[in-house]
Design a protein around this ligand. Structure first.
Ligand code: GUN
Length: 296
């Protein structure tokens, strides 16, 4: 069994991001900029957003965080997005998901300028992804998974991949990326979700499992074929009285019991997590280049 180390793979992506940022600054006098909007006080989201801004700054980019209260209104968020759409120093805009329940997230996403949509959440970019038009953005977490498969030179062509979960952020775009043409793609993908009847057998027949269902330690030993590749996208907090915080992080895979059977597996934390930020910053550089007609 080999561990897929998100820290190692993301470091190589970030290395390139840093170099690209330096070139854009030196040759074009432009600083790539990413601004992030967060509404509400969800502790996990707060941590993610803080890390995104810190990492962007570390890469030499301009970055800022806009914090809105739990009681924020649709008008307030739309007004802020409009301001960022029209701010030339902001090349990428990210609105952290999920927003508080009074917010219609769909219409917030629709209001982001597609050229600044570094999450690849806007229908224009989702459509481009689906038809295989590759001059835009790729969704951060699924593209991070693809970068891991590539880094470890994992054969995916013709393999049976099971994607667990049908979210817009991970499951659906993951299915598109794995089944498209190309190296480290060309997989036969089965999407499974909460209503799938023979989910355990589906998983047990998979060469590659991508777990993104948000249920702690859902994928058990009997659901994994000997030699399978298991990618765990889940990040769940479970109670743990032995920790000072009172909780610990686990994925959607029962790692301790599954790992032995795998050819490759991602840990949680330290697996897919760091990839999302790296691919986000890569998209922010792409956004800057698109908006200024820069080819690197
Ligand atoms: N919430 C969880 N993951 C993400 C992400 O990649 N982007 C945004 N905007 N919100 C998220």
């Amino acid at each position: 069994m080999q561990l897929i180390e998100g820290k190692v793979v993301s470091a190589s992506v970030l290395d390139q991001v840093k170099k690209d940022v330096e070139i854009i600054k030196e040759k074009h006098g432009i600083t790539p900029g990413l601004e992030v909007v967060i509404a509400g006080d969800d502790p996990a989201s707060q941590v993610y957003v803080r890390n995104k801004v810190l990492k962007a700054t570390e890469m030499g980019m301009h970055s800022a965080k806009h914090e809105l209260s739990n009681e924020t209104t649709q008008e307030e968020i739309l007004g802020l997005v409009d301001k960022l759409n029209n701010d030339p120093k902001v090349h990428g805009i990210l609105v952290q998901s999920p927003p508080p329940p009074q917010i219609d997230e769909r219409s917030v996403i629709d209001s982001i300028n597609p050229q600044k949509d570094v999450d690849c959440f806007h229908p224009y970019n989702v459509g481009k992804l689906l038809i295989g038009d590759e001059d835009g953005f790729l969704p951060c977490t699924p593209n991070g998974v693809m970068a891991m498969l590539e880094h470890y030179d994992i054969e995916t062509s013709g393999k049976h991949a099971v994607v667990l979960g049908r979210s817009n952020i991970v499951g659906k775009p993951m299915m598109v990326l794995m089944s498209r043409k190309g190296k480290y793609a060309n997989s036969t993908v089965t999407m499974c979700h909460s209503r799938t009847q023979n989910l355990e057998e589906m998983c047990a027949s998979a060469d590659i499992i991508v777990a993104a269902i948000g249920v702690p330690q859902f994928v058990k030993e009997n659901m994994v074929k000997e030699g399978a590749v298991v990618i765990d996208v889940g990040i769940n907090r479970i109670e743990d009285a032995s920790k000072k915080s009172g909780f610990r992080l686990v994925g959607d895979v029962d790692f301790d019991n599954v790992a032995e059977k795998c050819s490759y597996i991602t840990p949680v934390p330290g697996g897919v997590g760091p990839m999302t930020i790296a691919m986000l910053l890569k998209n922010a550089v792409t956004a800057c280049c698109l908006q200024h007609g820069i080819t690197l």
